[in-house]
Write a protein that binds this ligand. Structure first.
Ligand SMILES: Nc1nc2c(c(=O)[nH]1)N[C@H]1C(S)=C(S)[C@@H](COP(=O)(O)O)O[C@H]1N2
Ligand SMILES: [Mo]
Length: 321
């Protein structure tokens, strides 16, 4: 989110990745890839990020899904090493390294607030609550890069229906796990923690709104939000909150991390919208990873307009960004 940078860098979001890849290419060119040891301190670290930066448990899930995009799936090596998870560092390659020992078991998710049947779910209960589905979604970060990921999970509506929201429930507030000890870089994140997000109840009930517990056939790696996260494919990536511990039904629009951090740049809705530029860069195009250039056209609602546009009938989406 580049909150630390004052200057208007059009490709600011891409540069770190280019540097990273060029650095890797350079080292590969020298024949140093594949974990070959060389004298320089820390270099092995740069050349050989593990092919899979996690050891997941296999999950079987129903596929294909009617929600699948037919676009090419992004290699898992990219999705597991190029992350935004500020609690574990603000550089893209930091979460894969710093979240490796993050303890995600035991884990409970508290579902509370304006509901008839509040309760805490263990991960075991969440795993068995509804049939697991694999859904290949486009995922578009507000920084103008995008990936295509086979997530595993199910519609959040399965949980919402179980807890029976009261008529007062108009919004859903989400909260991430936060632990200063396990997340020592927290003080440098530049955002208030715990990370919080929110949806309108009808957005949360939409079948595309997914509670994800895995990807690429396995449980989630820590850096991608283990053990359970949200995936909301028509909104910018920051709405898809990781390592969920609380889901609270509320009357009023809840605060959201990036809106708290910089209300001028990040709104509550944050629907992917090529017609509303970010104050510091265009949103009309994106970099499809692993790529270098913003040469992929960004689609309204990230291409999910047929399914979600009606949620916003009569709303000015330039004002409600
Ligand atoms: N708790 C938490 N959730 C988070 C973030 C974060 O920093 N902390 N980053 C968000 C942003 S900006 C994006 S783009 C996605 C990235 O998900 P990915 O790393 O699995 O691609 O996670 C979102 N969820
Ligand atoms: Mo993002």
């Amino acid at each position: 989110m580049l909150i630390k940078r004052a200057s208007d860098l059009k490709y600011s979001d891409i540069t770190p990745r280019e540097d990273y890849l060029n650095r890797r290419k350079f080292l590969q060119g020298l024949g140093l890839a594949g974990g070959l040891a060389i004298a320089g301190k820390g270099v092995a670290d740069l050349v050989s990020p593990p092919a899979r930066a996690y050891a997941g448990t296999k999950l079987s899930a129903k596929s294909p899904s009617p929600f699948d995009t037919t676009e090419k799936v992004t290699p898992p090596q990219v999705v597991t090493t190029y992350n935004n998870y500020y609690e574990f560092g603000t550089d893209k390659d930091q979460p894969a390294k710093n979240a490796q020992n993050f303890v995600t078991s035991p884990w409970t998710v508290s579902v509370e607030g304006e509901v008839g049947k509040p309760r805490k779910f263990t991960m075991d209960e969440i795993l068995k609550l509804a049939p697991l589905e694999e859904r290949i979604y486009r995922h578009r970060c507000v920084e103008a890069w995008s990936i295509v990921v086979p997530w595993i999970g199910y519609s959040l509506s399965n949980i919402i229906n179980l807890v029976e929201p009261t008529p007062k429930a108009k919004f859903v507030a989400f909260e991430s796990y936060f632990d200063r000890k396990q997340m020592p870089l927290w003080s440098r994140a530049g955002i208030e923690l715990p990370y919080v997000e929110g949806l309108r109840l009808d957005e949360a009930m939409h079948p595309l709104t997914m509670l994800s517990i895995g990807m690429y056939g396995e449980t989630l790696p820590n850096q991608d939000g283990a053990p359970v996260r949200m995936t909301i494919p028509w909104k910018y990536g920051f709405k898809s909150i990781k390592s969920l511990v609380k889901i609270k039904f509320v009357k009023d629009q809840p605060p959201t991390t990036w809106n708290i951090t910089n209300a001028h740049e990040y709104g509550f809705y944050s629907n992917v919208n090529p017609n509303v530029d970010h104050p510091r860069w265009t949103q009309a195009r994106e970099v499809r990873l692993p790529g270098y250039f913003k040469n992929t056209k960004t689609l309204m609602f990230n291409g999910y307009g047929d399914q979600v546009a009606s949620l916003y009938n009569g709303m000015d989406l330039k004002k409600n960004y």
